[in-house]
Design a protein. Structure first.
Length: 57
């Protein structure tokens, strides 16, 4: 026989899970923004160098 969980406990558990998921999503979004801030200038520099190499040849 399984123990039943009361509705308030179930709601509280769902809220904790929701908040943890929301926090993780927010952290992931911040990391993604930081990576974009790093990668965009690198991508632009790489594209510039590639154009220079192909224009020289």
């Amino acid at each position: 026989m399984t123990a039943s969980v009361s509705e308030p406990e179930s709601i509280a558990s769902l809220e904790r899970t929701w908040n943890a998921d929301k926090s993780e999503l927010e952290r992931s979004q911040r990391v993604l923004q930081q990576l974009r801030a790093i990668l965009l200038p690198l991508q632009q520099r790489l594209a510039k160098h590639i154009r220079q190499v192909f224009l020289v040849q």
